[in-house]
Design a protein around this ligand. Structure first.
Ligand code: GRF
Length: 218
């Protein structure tokens, strides 16, 4: 049975894109990555996608006068590739309202915090400054407002006493690579519904542990 035709939008490294591509290729996930698009010609992730035999294209913001024309070019590239569903994976452009509405509930993003906390950039620096003891990552449907939208999957990680932004980012990223393929799988299996800006997942199993930080003395 043909799977959900997925496009992935990147701007840089593309490690989440890789996790999605690998999950689609190596497992029974009923989704196929039909194209990887970047707004930056030098995005490292493009090489990986090409080597994996996936169609790639660059839609350069500089070649388009305003956001509407950039969004229209992006939309045209997605339609040309036959995409039915879009995953943002480190895509660093804010998409306009008409694009977001056009792809409503077929457009998801990953963010390296437990939303709705720590929206925006420099998440890990702000997490460390704030002193929260648990951070994490979120896969969510995209709405016009940045880092807002129905939450599909989250993973939590402890913030360690000696963490730097880099060490925390690495710990969170490892979980991103787990939850993004999981979210796509749940969607491809038709188990995810958006009801009143909340996500309902059929057959959902509860998390298997609680996370305390610090641990109590035993
Ligand atoms: C990830 O931390 C993701 O959550 C954020 O941007 C970063 C992209 O990393 N939106 P990569 O390009 O997927 O490696």
């Amino acid at each position: 049975m043909p799977g959900l035709k997925v496009a992935i939008l990147i701007s840089g490294r593309g490690s989440n894109m890789r996790a999605l591509v690998d999950a689609c290729a190596a497992t029974d996930l009923a989704a196929d990555v039909v194209c990887v698009l970047s707004d930056r010609a030098g995005a490292a992730g493009l090489d990986y996608a090409e080597r994996a035999g996936i169609a790639t294209a660059v839609v350069d913001r500089r070649g388009h006068g305003d956001r509407e024309s950039f969004d229209a070019a992006l939309n045209a590239a997605l339609e040309a590739a036959g995409a039915e569903f879009v995953c943002l994976a480190g895509f660093m452009r804010l998409l306009g309202e008409s694009f977001v509405n056009r792809w409503r509930d077929r457009l998801i993003n990953i963010h390296p915090s437990l939303l709705p906390a720590f929206k925006g950039l420099h998440v890990h620096e702000r997490v460390l400054e704030t002193g929260v003891r648990i951070s994490g990552c979120t896969v969510h449907y995209v709405r016009a407002e940045m880092d807002v939208g129905p939450i599909i999957v989250q993973a939590a990680v402890p913030v360690e006493a000696d963490d730097s932004a880099e060490s925390l980012a690495a710990r969170v990223l490892a979980q991103e690579h787990r939850i993004y393929p999981l979210a796509l799988r749940l969607i491809a299996e038709g188990r995810v519904r958006v009801v009143g800006e909340r996500v309902l997942i059929s057959g959902q199993r509860a998390a298997d542990a609680s996370l305390l930080n610090p641990l109590p003395e035993s």
